[in-house]
Design a protein around this ligand. Structure first.
Ligand code: IMP
Ligand code: MG
Length: 428
């Protein structure tokens, strides 16, 4: 069975934990978009791991992990992550492969990411992770990117880098008043990783094709979330890749006809890290309360995540865009203790009611949510293992979300441990 796991909000839904559960029945786990802007937190054997670039499946001995062509790779970040994993006793050697077609993040990408963000004014900040992701994807589209496979032919690599850096230095000097980067330094710094990178570089689309033909189970691990998708998210407050289902196809080279299932992940409330419209954002006191209780701090940047009520419009938008067959609901335990829980079921703008997510940030920023209010529950949920042991109001809440999202619920998570997961075999 080949499955794609997708974030159905603004990222940080808790995909890491679900990947960890699904990885047990998979042979191969594939990352297909984004880069080390992502942060997947996984509790494995009571140890907490934060993965940025390497698929979370690496924590399962014997599984093959692939970084697909759609991912942008910062070699320094990659080898640092490998080193950290190996220092914790995780064997990476022989199990991790990267696509020859994946683009490389260079120091000028990181620098331009930071300078561009600094040059933006209030209301225009994106709040990027400053990992060089956007500028690297921009180069890919402008056909000025350099790919992992280009490292094989040294004279060609040097030639490409010299050409690109000349242009980058013009921009750095003329626009940003920066002194620019030395070709020698950028080249030497990258070539330090050449041998190690080439040793794991393969033709991933072909590898995955043959694996699928041999009926291996492939799990596609999405990063970020549908609302951060460059096409289907809250543009321009998005990341620069397709975090929705299309990204899995384009970013791995695997045909959609080989995919059996697409699963979404949402939190029982909503969070967003970085800038951009967020209609259901909590008022300050509740925000602080949920932020603290839910541990809502970015795993890549440490920034506090903005928190808000569950927004059924954005979740349903994700269900439709991705064709989600089922949904996993995370962090239900965080909502315990509230008297009332709200769900946005529509938006109001200039006297008009919207039931579907409007694909324009200018509109969204002015939309006021229409809430439905449900009764909360007091009980602590962290020890609940079965659906029938959930408080009735929690069951009602989940059922309501399922109806509003127009999809079945496969699992409900009530804590970070694998054992704190309620499986709903017949859906809800
Ligand atoms: P970039 O991906 O670094 O360019 O950042 C663009 C936007 O996406 C910013 O608002 C980031 O905070 C957000 N973002 C990027 N990666 C993640 C993620 O893994 N989780 C949540 N937000 C993210
Ligand atoms: Mg994250």
């Amino acid at each position: 069975m080949n499955q794609i796991l997708i974030g159905a909000q603004w990222g940080d839904e808790g995909k890491g934990k679900i990947i960890d559960i699904l990885a047990r029945k998979s042979n191969i786990i594939v990352r297909y978009q984004g880069g080390n802007n992502a942060g997947h937190t996984v509790k494995f054997d009571d140890e907490v791991h934060v993965l940025h670039l390497i698929p979370s499946g690496i924590l399962h001995p014997g599984k093959i992990c692939i970084i697909g062509n759609g991912v942008v790779i910062d070699p320094e970040a990659l080898f640092h992550e490998i080193k950290v994993l190996e220092s914790k006793g995780v064997k990476v050697h022989g199990r991790l492969f990267v696509s020859e077609q994946a683009h490389i993040i260079f120091p000028y990408h990181r620098l331009i990411d930071a300078l561009l963000e600094e040059s933006r004014s209030n209301g225009e900040f994106i709040g990027t992770t400053k990992k060089g992701i956007g500028p690297c994807y921009a180069d890919k589209m402008a056909r000025t990117g350099i790919r992992v496979g280009d490292l094989r032919d040294l004279p060609y690599f040097r030639h490409r880098l010299a050409l690109v850096l000349k242009e980058k230095n013009k921009v750095l000097r003329r626009i940003y008043g920066h002194r620019g980067l030395s070709f020698k330094k950028v080249c030497t710094d990258t070539l330090r990783f050449r041998k190690r990178l080439l040793a794991i570089a393969i033709d991933t689309p072909s590898y995955l094709y043959h694996a699928a033909k041999k009926r291996k189970n492939i799990l596609f691990e999405g990063a970020q979330g549908t609302l951060l998708d460059v096409d289907h998210g809250t543009y321009p407050f998005v990341t620069s890749s397709n975090a929705s289902v299309g990204g899995a196809i384009a970013g791995s080279g695997v045909s959609p006809t080989l995919i059996d299932n697409v699963i979404g992940v949402v939190k029982a409330y909503t969070t967003r890290v970085g800038e951009g419209p967020f209609p259901t954002q909590f008022p300050p006191v509740l925000m602080k309360q949920i932020q603290t209780k839910g541990g809502e701090f970015g795993s890549t940047t440490g920034r506090p995540r903005r928190c808000g009520w569950f927004d059924a419009l954005i979740a349903r938008h994700s269900v439709r865009i991705n064709g989600l067959n089922e949904m996993v609901i995370m962090k239900l335990d965080v909502l315990s203790g509230l008297d009332e829980i709200k769900i946005a079921v529509g938006y109001k703008l200039n006297g008009k009611t919207y039931r579907d997510f409007p694909p324009s940030s200018c509109k969204l920023v002015r939309c006021r949510p229409i809430y439905e209010t449900m009764k909360g529950w007091k009980q602590d949920l962290t020890a609940v293992k079965r659906w029938k042991d959930l408080p009735l109001n929690a069951q009602r809440y989940i059922r309501r979300l399922s109806r509003l999202m127009e999809t079945r619920i496969a699992m409900v998570s009530v804590g970070s441990k694998r054992s704190q997961t309620i499986r709903l075999t017949n859906g809800k």
